[in-house]
Design a binder for this molecule. Structure first.
Ligand code: C2E
Ligand code: MG
Ligand code: MG
Length: 279
């Protein structure tokens, strides 16, 4: 009970909610803290990349870096099993910095294809985020316009004033910031006008629900997102695209950039084809 309430308390702190209930399913990996703390030094983290495809121009415009933990004890672990543990310790900041450096280093060889990196709440709140980002760009030689930072609505809402300043700074640096899982958080639409964003990623829950009911509310929401992003000059991406039916439906609604298993699963080996200068 005590351990559970302590975990709930630390969740409440990181999520910025006033009341948080203990969720056992989130803590089934509560024993991972020790091995996780050593994972970075031991080189057990790796990045998998998943492309974002412009279906009109038929080319890859970006690839998202997705973190994996290759644990000798537990095998290959997905983010949902270990990111909550990293988030509770400060380790996520250091691991996040590693992700940024590795992603930039990889993308520097991609001939203009952008790389997208997910930011965690703590990382976004850390003071030196901007210098870590600029350092990763400088060391890799990747042009700032080729880096995209993915943040969520809830992360932005934790400290809207600070978020607005940080986003303005990134805009000045030429680094893109996009809103991930759009439509699932608690943000007010008014923030879209105030925050300098480069794009929106439609959450995959809308994409999967859409196909089941092609004249239902989810299609109406996606259609509204298409109009909103077009009028605001934001790039729109649909994530979690798994079937040709979804591709056709999204395309008919005016979504042209898509990501999902239909095109490619995340992979450690992924890199763009036909990179200039490549053999
Ligand atoms: P996300 O940023 O929304 O990433 C998309 C997730 O959807 C990935 O799961 C990806 O593998 C999965 N996905 C892609 N296409 C499809 C599809 O067609 N169908 C389905 N069902 N799923 C698809 P993954 O890799 O398990 O990552 C989960 C979440 O973990 C990410 O969600 C992101 O929030 C977080 N994450 C991943 N890497 C990092 C990282 O380096 N740092 C931080 N802070 N968070 C990360
Ligand atoms: Mg993402
Ligand atoms: Mg997402």
């Amino acid at each position: 009970m005590r351990q559970a309430s302590e975990l709930a308390l630390s969740d409440a702190k990181t999520q910025g909610e006033s009341v948080v209930f203990f969720d056992a399913s989130l803590h089934q990996h509560a024993g991972l803290e020790g091995p996780l703390a050593r994972a970075l030094q031991r080189g057990e983290f790796e990045l998998h990349f998943q492309p974002l495809v412009d279906v009109v121009e038929r080319r890859v415009v970006c690839a998202e870096a997705l973190l994996r933990w290759n644990s000798p004890e537990y095998g290959l672990q997905m983010p949902r099993t270990f990111i909550p543990s990293l988030e509770r310790s400060d380790a996520i900041v250091e691991v996040g910095a590693w992700v940024l450096r590795e992603a930039c280093r990889a993308a520097a060889l991609w001939g203009g294809v952008r790389v997208a990196v997910n930011l965690s709440a703590r990382q976004f709140a850390s003071r030196d985020l901007r210098s870590v980002v600029l350092g990763a760009l400088r060391d890799s030689g990747l042009p700032p316009a080729c880096l995209e930072l993915e943040i969520t609505e809830s992360l932005m809402m934790q400290s809207p004033e600070r978020a607005a300043r940080l986003l303005a700074a990134f805009q000045e640096d030429g680094v893109r910031v996009v809103l991930d899982d759009f439509g699932t958080g608690y943000s007010s639409l008014g923030y879209l006008a105030r925050f300098p964003l480069s794009g929106l990623k439609i959450d995959r829950s809308f994409v999967s629900a859409m196909e089941e009911k092609p004249d239902g509310h989810d299609v109406a929401i996606v259609r509204a997102m298409v109009g909103l992003s077009r009028d605001m000059g934001l790039e729109l991406v649909a994530e979690g695209v798994e079937t040709l039916g979804q591709v056709k439906l999204l395309e008919s609604l005016g979504v042209r950039i898509m990501q999902g298993y239909y095109f490619a699963r995340p992979s450690a080996q992924w890199r763009p084809m036909n990179v200039p200068g490549d053999q």
